[in-house]
Design a protein around this ligand. Sequence first.
Ligand SMILES: [Zn+2]
Length: 294
Amino acid sequence: MKRFDVSKAEFEISNFTRIIWRTPRDKELWEPRLNRISRLHALTEYEMVRRGYRRAATYHVTLENFPQFIERIQRDGLIFLPIARSAFYSGFSHKHIPPRRGEPYFWYGVIARTEEDARRFKEASGRRDGHLVIGELLGYPSCCTQFFTEVWNAGVYDPLWEVARNDGSPVVEENPWLKTADKLVIYITDPYPEAIQELRYFGIRVTSHIPHSHRCEETRRVGKKWRKVMEDLDPEAVDWLYEILESPIVWDSYHGVVQVHTPWFIGVTQTYPYLDLRRIVVLNDDRIPWDIYV
Ligand SMILES: [Zn+2]
């Protein structure tokens, strides 16, 4: 049996992300909170390098912001090495999009503490086997980088289902109406909040790597450092972030679209196109997840 069950659907839906609020009250309360959480994650990416908790981070910078950005990294004693230009896109993307002639673009590159690390990162990012070096420079646990390299090379660019399978939880075939199974479900019990990436498309995450399992000890250890830095920057947003990550979450992926259900909203975005419905149910507390699954 093949290690990864890869579909043959060869298409990709254009980038988009949408939030569907359950009630007007949820929108009023949580929309500004999601913005704060997402901004905090971006700030923490940078701050983790500045404080020496990781050697490098990826960074996106627009031409308008370039002067202030260069001033800032020089003041902080860091290096920025541009790697590629990308056209602007809405929502979440698994890769950069080369801009057409005359089209506005931003620079994608690496921030590092030393020029040598910046060079190593840039060289590795052009190689198919570069993930291990990149993972090490970004401070990702080696167990997770090895796993990611394996699934990425199998062609799965959004491997959350593979993470859930790797947890060792059984895959349940569910179908209340038909004779053959039409959806595959994995129930995750007691995940570490730092290892939940099911909402990352919407900027809701602690660390920036895909864990090899929802109970990866190394991810938890690294995640505690991220949490500490986040608490220094915006403690209120950290409380909201953990409130979400410690709630029931249902991740539904079907034909290239993923819907992530939470108690306050449903996030929708594009993903890797599986041929059947795959669902990850994160059982986070005593609430029955079907209460949120409407
Ligand atoms: Zn790991």
